[in-house]
Write a protein that binds this ligand. Structure first.
Ligand SMILES: [Zn+2]
Length: 226
């Protein structure tokens, strides 16, 4: 079958020069699942996986694993006070932020490895915010991963996808109850974070269907492959 490609992320590829890819069917199923959770008032978050032998790893996703959104540990007392210290937004919205359950995390890692894949990048949904990489996203990003996918569902039925490359050191990891910050939901503008371009690949009809739902409409046309 002939494979086609299209840009699915919001930022112009002229600005976001580094590329990550995923099958358009995977992208569609992720958006459907995220939307279902969003409609139930839940924040979706999880990890993308790739094939260790793929030369494009870690920049080529083949699958996604969602964490159990009803098991978000964000409001466990210890984490809750750390989130509350990040600003008014995090005191007002108790679904802003996520913390994976450590047991589930281990289970996910084992399942991915048993399938002969590896975890390549985290992703999470913004339920109200744009598809920015926020200050809290930067602080909570695991430095072991080179990139992070953000999906904004703030506009009903018009998802926005935006991957970011993130380069940070281990010492910058985590949030604390004594942080006393404001506006941590706003964009992190340091040089460590750069927008990337998400290219989806697959059958032409699946790609057309996907990019027809995205906001803003991707600037590039559908590219036909060989
Ligand atoms: Zn975020």
């Amino acid at each position: 079958m002939k494979e086609s490609w299209a840009v699915a992320s919001a930022e112009s590829p002229q600005v976001a020069r580094q590329v990550v890819t995923m099958p358009s069917k995977l992208c569609q199923s992720m958006l459907r699942r995220a939307d279902e959770l969003h409609n139930r008032g839940l924040k979706a978050f999880g990890v993308l996986t790739g094939h260790p032998s793929d030369h494009a790893t870690p920049y080529s996703a083949v699958d996604a694993v969602f964490f159990d959104a009803s098991n978000n540990r964000r409001n466990d007392p210890h984490y809750r006070s750390a989130f509350r210290a990040q600003g008014n937004y995090f005191r007002e919205y108790e679904d802003a932020g996520f913390v994976a359950d450590p047991r589930e995390l281990l289970q996910v890692w084992r399942t991915v490895e048993r399938a002969g894949q590896e975890v390549i990048a985290p992703f999470h949904i913004h339920r109200r915010q744009p598809a920015n990489f926020s200050m809290i996203d930067y602080r909570l990003h695991n430095p072991a991963f080179a990139w992070h996918l953000i999906v904004s569902l703030s506009e009903p039925g018009r998802p926005v996808l935006q991957p970011f490359s993130v380069k940070k050191s281990d010492s910058e990891f985590g949030i604390n109850a004594d942080d006393d910050l404001e506006h941590s939901e706003q964009s992190y503008d340091g040089p460590e974070v750069r927008p990337m371009t998400l290219v989806v690949r697959g059958g032409e009809s699946s790609i057309r269907q996907l990019i027809g739902t995205l906001s803003p409409p991707p600037e590039s046309k559908l590219l036909l492959g060989a």
